[in-house]
Write a protein that binds this ligand. Sequence first.
Ligand SMILES: Cc1cc2nc3c(=O)[nH]c(=O)nc-3n(C[C@H](O)[C@H](O)[C@H](O)COP(=O)(O)O)c2cc1C
Length: 179
Amino acid sequence: MFNNSIEILERRTHMRTLIVYTSKYGFTENVAKILGDHIEGDVAIHKCDKDYSVDLTKFENVIVGSSLYVGKPNNAVLDFCEKYQRLLMSKRLGFFVTGTTGKEAVEALRLNFPEDMVKKSEAIGCFGYALNFEKMRFFDRLVTRIVLKKDQSEVEIDSEAIEMFAQKFNKHNMRSDSK
Ligand SMILES: Cc1cc2nc3c(=O)[nH]c(=O)nc-3n(C[C@H](O)[C@H](O)[C@H](O)COP(=O)(O)O)c2cc1C
């Protein structure tokens, strides 16, 4: 009846999210994909080992993830954050790690990623860990036995942490395309 008089002034859609991650033996890759399934709107997942050639201008959200090795996230994601610091500071951000140490792993995240980025992030978390002795290189096996004091393969995926992270991140994950 009054259809003709309606004018759409604003169209609200979800923001586009890029998940950038590194993974040595595949666990962080798996949880990055699971997280991607929980994030509303278009999601692209990008492994950041050597290749940073991704057009950040296409995304309003960026989530950065890494496994921890001897207390540190992988250098490739740290370099990524440094290189694109200014552009990244204009995005909605999130950070996650994987690691055996739970709360300490989250603390390592806070200490190692740029402070201003962590401060403005919508969500941070540790999503569990996998230790796969069959895949591990000799030195990593040695460190796992001596430092982590573990001598068997283990997988502990923290689905609750992933869901909580996604819930926080999905809040206000909307952009308006004004007409
Ligand atoms: C050599 C070695 C060192 C590790 N150091 C840490 C550490 O300092 N803190 C931690 O929480 N987890 C540590 N871990 C556990 C890894 O972060 C965990 O296994 C992670 O899930 C691996 O993910 P990826 O397969 O994506 O590399 C270590 C694992 C290995 C093999």
